[in-house]
Design a protein around this ligand. Structure first.
Ligand code: DGL
Length: 263
């Protein structure tokens, strides 16, 4: 069983991709809706939450962990690896960086994400680790998350804010832009218009699930086919009235949210 966690409902964009690329796999999802957002919190708090989220998924029988949240991926991956060295762990930063480095022609890559993700400088560090000469230009876009959760997906306000956030990146003449937050693929078309159609957008969900698929194919023992009629489980630390509707809209299918309080 694949375990996926996020700070809230944004990680459903990864679930959507798993449904597309790995339709036969059973998954268990945990969205920490009671403590969301992670993106404006300190690194210590994000690490503590991410470890608790991982522990819960493992207790539910997950054999592989996917950190769908970019903020947790940026800040807590090392801590999770250290605590659970034997658990295969997938985060959303490395696959996005690899794809961006392959795609850029002018070696100028933009990254947008939460404040915590941008402050972690994780993209710059990954590029350095790859000994790559690309320049990373990043910009936090904290208002995108509440706009998406308000369902202002195709709204003039979102367009106006996108123009304001993306202008500096446009002026820096990037040719590739990483959508470094779970929610941003849902406003991909607005971002594309405001950053310019010549800029190539990288959706970390697509890249991460492609790597996960490859891993599962290469390690058939780790994730056997689920028994017939096995269901996915969607846990949340708070189940607000609008959650079901948003989830159905983002996933194109209904889910039955289960409440799991962490404390
Ligand atoms: N899931 C978070 C991310 O991808 C966005 C929401 C939050 O700040 O918790 O960075």
């Amino acid at each position: 069983m694949i375990g996926i966690f996020d700070s809230g409902i944004g990680g459903l964009t990864i679930v959507r991709e798993v449904f597309k690329q790995l339709p036969d796999r059973q998954l268990v999802y945990f969205g920490d809706t009671a403590r969301t957002p992670y993106g404006n919190k300190s690194a210590d708090t994000i690490i503590q939450y991410a470890l608790e989220d991982t522990e819960f998924l493992l207790s539910q029988g997950a054999k592989i962990i996917v950190v769908a949240c970019n903020t947790a991926s940026a800040v807590a991956t090392d801590a999770i690896k250290k605590r659970y060295p034997d658990v295969p762990l997938f985060e959303v930063i490395t696959p996005a960086v690899s794809a961006a480095v392959k795609r850029t022609k002018n070696r100028r890559i933009g990254v947008i994400g939460t404040r915590a993700t941008v402050q972690s400088m994780i993209y710059q560090k990954k590029i350095e680790m790859m000994h790559n000469d690309c320049t990373i230009i990043s910009k936090p876009c904290p208002l995108f998350v509440p706009l998406v959760e308000e369902n202002f997906i195709n709204d003039p306000i979102t367009k106006m804010i996108a123009r304001r956030y993306l202008r500096p990146l446009r002026l820096q003449q990037i040719d590739t832009l990483i959508l470094g937050c779970t929610h941003y693929p849902l406003i991909k078309s607005i971002i594309q218009i405001k950053i310019g159609k010549r800029v190539s957008l990288i959706d970390p969900a697509e890249q991460t699930v492609a790597e996960l698929k490859k891993y599962i194919e290469e390690h058939p023992d780790i994730e056997r086919q689920p028994p017939k009629n096995s269901e996915h489980h969607f846990f949340f630390s708070d189940v607000a009235p609008h959650l079901k509707q948003l989830a159905a809209q983002w996933l194109d299918t209904k889910i039955q949210p289960l409440l799991h309080r962490l404390r």
